[in-house]
Design a protein around this ligand. Structure first.
Ligand code: GPP
Ligand code: MG
Length: 283
């Protein structure tokens, strides 16, 4: 559903982000997505079954993979829990949809329409294919578009979210677009990593996370100020930092580790970084 053709990358930085995600093919994401066709680009929450680490070789790898996917799925389910009383006729917006896992989670739960946007043509094509495989293609649509300027229809959306995708954009521009798309009383949800203002500036680990993904994580206080400036009244805040640790500990010891695990663990443990769910109402 759109007012006009969707604009795509319009800065050199956005072009570089699109290119990064066009070529991203991390085994950890591909292998976990193959389990049930839900391809996520976010991390996990909740306790791990430590017995996974004690299994012999082949069984150990399979069990760890299943555990990591279960925790990533739990994160997506928690986000969906906060989207409000969505019904099948409603339309939702997934800002920075990646390979579409979160959009499909919402569709499976609510039977609703979802529009997901990504700057990456490869991600959009794959996400569309996964939606077809899940029998969701009639209601779930993926677009190559800039989440700051989607071209989607104003006030047409009952709920919207960013699942670990806000760190690629300016917050005021982002929340202005969510506020434009959401109906009055609609719900916005984010799960994100934020710099803890009490620590100060970005720690070395946070800087390495930014370098690793080519992103720029926001400060917690800036996040709340930008929401308030853009008619998004905070309803719920959950600090998920402690709940995120078991996932990173398991991932650190897994054959699928990518090298960023130590930095997430140290950033969370030295209190320079927080993993948070924030839900807000469009007023
Ligand atoms: C990627 O998920 C997530 C981001 C690029 C955003 C950074 C998130 C923060 C909380 C700072 P992914 O599933 O593609 O990453 P990986 O390949 O490491 O699993
Ligand atoms: Mg991943």
């Amino acid at each position: 559903m759109s007012d006009k053709p969707a604009p795509t990358a319009h800065t050199k930085y956005q072009e570089s982000v699109a290119k990064y995600w066009d070529y991203e093919n991390n085994k950890i994401n591909v292998k976990l997505g193959e389990i049930d066709g839900l391809h996520h680009h976010h991390y996990g929450i909740g306790e791990t079954d430590v017995a996974a680490l004690e299994r012999p070789d082949e069984m150990r790898e399979e069990k760890i993979k299943a555990e990591l996917h279960r925790l990533e799925q739990a994160q997506a389910d928690l986000l969906a829990d906060h989207l409000g009383p969505v019904v099948a006729d409603d339309r939702l917006f997934d800002a920075g949809c990646g390979h579409g896992g979160g959009s499909l989670v919402a569709f499976q739960r609510f039977g609703c329409h979802v529009d997901g946007v990504t700057l990456s043509t490869v991600q959009k094509d794959c996400a569309t294919q996964y939606a077809e495989q899940q029998g969701a293609a009639l209601k779930v649509t993926f677009h190559v578009a800039d989440m700051l300027n989607t071209g989607l229809k104003s006030q047409a959306y009952a709920a919207s979210w960013n699942n670990e995708s806000d760190m690629y954009v300016n917050l005021d521009d982002l929340f202005a677009e969510h506020a434009r798309l959401l109906q009055r009383g609609g719900r916005y949800v984010a799960i994100t990593g934020l710099i803890n203002d009490v620590y100060g500036m970005a720690s070395r680990s946070v800087s390495r996370i930014n370098w690793h993904y080519g992103c720029d994580v926001h400060k917690r206080a800036d996040y709340f100020k930008a929401l308030a400036r853009n008619r998004l009244a905070v309803a719920t805040v959950i600090d998920l930092t402690q709940a995120a640790l078991p996932y990173w500990r398991l991932r650190q010891q897994s054959h699928l580790a990518t090298g960023i695990e130590d930095d997430f663990l140290s950033a969370y443990q030295d209190s320079s970084f927080q993993y948070m769910l924030i839900a807000a109402d469009r007023i």
